[in-house]
Design a protein around this ligand. Structure first.
Ligand SMILES: [Zn+2]
Length: 446
């Protein structure tokens, strides 16, 4: 099997590369990278003139909902959404039913992924049994079965001593612990960010202090244990400052931010209601500014969607009762190219790092690079393509997305895994008029 991608702007932060070049793929691996490469006569040719060729994008925070909540999403639909959105790999959270707290469930997810996934799937195991926060899950067993990290995402680990033990144990297996930082006493009953808007709408607010308090505790525990802690969906300026200072002290702390926390502030709730309800909540414009700074200057390691599908029935409730969460796999890359690159002038190599090299580094994943000999996982981008987000055409089962109808500049146009184009509806994205039209023909079964 041979494929040559000609004349693309090859952008690979892992090697400090950003230049027009060809990439030759043989038997699913990157065989050569350079200008004017020779290719075997039978090689398939992709003309990438005017396109960016990047290491495959990785989303480290996705809820695939299977097993247990397949009305919301499945491994098949969630990974098709990922591939359509330009991702070659996703890490899936443990809050399924049953919870991924044992090697049995980890192996089940990996088996289902082998049968039905459109991209690579890396399971994340629970920190505590049943996400109950009372006893450690079978961390060693899950590590052996193939989890890439541990997290009780959906909740924080409230018991600091249990968190300490989890960090010590996880370090033995070189697994990062991802913490959903939400002090349960401070956040209890909260619906949206605490402030003028929560007061105006008459709903309970969630203070930023709930996040900051847990991040601060985690800084102390990282210092105590030397173990790696990754802060999920960091949303508040104060939390970012704590991570920044921890990193300056040399502590092994990393963090991710979501596209929605970078593109929206709490005022979106006034217009969108429950569609803009997520946990942590959208914060203030000042928080968004701070997050953008962290994205630009390197404190933030990854952009991760926190893709959280729900059925329309569940989400079409009043603000106070609707579940938390938004979906993002199919618009995240366009949204970030539009906002970060075109609006805020953040460099393309930095954006590629946030979506590929950064996640691969934090989670010790095999991707995130276009080095010779590595699997040919790639994401091709068209920085100038203008798209309109249309959730009706999505692969995901869910429609709970605040960006429906947004016009964006920049889009993923091809996803390659092991050198093979991922075609989610029988057509290649780059041959269709737009990626959205390409996915429109897929029948949706639920
Ligand atoms: Zn979370």
């Amino acid at each position: 099997m041979a494929l040559i991608i000609r004349n693309g702007r090859v952008c690979d932060p892992s090697q400090g590369l950003d230049k027009v070049a060809d990439i030759l793929v043989l038997d699913g691996r990157i065989a050569a990278l350079g200008e004017g490469l020779e290719a075997p006569p039978e090689a398939e040719v992709v003309d990438a003139s005017g396109l960016v060729v990047a290491p495959g994008f990785i989303d480290v925070h996705v809820h695939l909902r299977e097993p247990g909540f397949v009305a919301k999403e499945t491994i098949a639909t969630g990974t098709r959404a990922a591939a359509a959105g330009g991702f070659t790999a996703v890490c899936c959270m443990a809050n399924t039913s049953p919870v991924n707290d044992s090697p049995l469930v980890t192996r089940y997810i990996l088996d289902r992924a082998r049968e039905s996934a459109a991209c690579r799937v890396y399971p994340i195991g629970a920190v505590t049994k049943g996400l109950q926060g009372e006893a450690l899950a079978d961390i060693g067993g899950m590590a052996a079965a193939g989890v890439v990290a541990l997290s009780d995402d959906g909740h924080g680990v409230a018991n600091a001593n249990l968190m300490r033990r989890a960090l010590e144990y996880a370090a033995d297996f070189d697994l990062p612990v991802i913490d959903h930082c939400e002090n349960r006493d401070l956040a209890a009953g909260g619906v949206i960010n605490e402030g003028a808007i929560s007061t105006h709408l008459g709903v309970r607010g969630m203070t930023r202090a709930a996040e900051e308090a847990d991040v601060a505790r985690d800084v102390v525990l990282a210092s105590l244990t030397g173990a790696r802690i990754h802060i999920a969906h960091l949303s508040a300026a104060g939390s970012l400052e704590l991570v920044r200072r921890a990193q300056a002290q040399g502590l092994p702390m990393t963090c991710e931010v979501t596209p929605h926390h970078l593109a929206l502030d709490e005022s979106a709730v006034l217009e969108l209601g429950a569609v803009a309800k997520m946990n942590p909540p959208l914060r203030t414009a000042a928080d968004v500014e701070a997050l953008l700074e962290g994205v630009a200057d390197g404190v933030v390691a990854c952009i991760a969607t926190d893709h959280a599908p729900h059925t329309s029935l569940e989400k079409d409730q009043v603000l106070a009762h609707a579940p938390f969460g938004v979906v993002g796999l199919e618009c995240a890359v366009s949204l970030m190219l539009d906002r970060l690159h075109w609006r805020h002038g953040i460099s393309l190599p930095r954006i590629v790092e946030l979506f590929s090299t950064g996640p691969a580094r934090v989670f010790n994943l095999p991707g995130g690079t276009l080095q010779i000999g590595r699997p040919a996982d790639m994401t091709l981008l068209d920085l100038s393509r203008e798209i309109v987000v249309d959730t009706r055409r999505w692969q995901s089962k869910a429609r709970n997305c605040p960006f429906d109808g947004w016009q964006l500049k920049g889009a993923p146009v091809m996803t390659l895994i092991d050198g093979k184009r991922v075609t989610v509806s029988g057509a290649s994205p780059v041959e269709a008029a737009s990626p959205r039209e390409m996915v429109a023909t897929t029948s949706r079964t639920s």
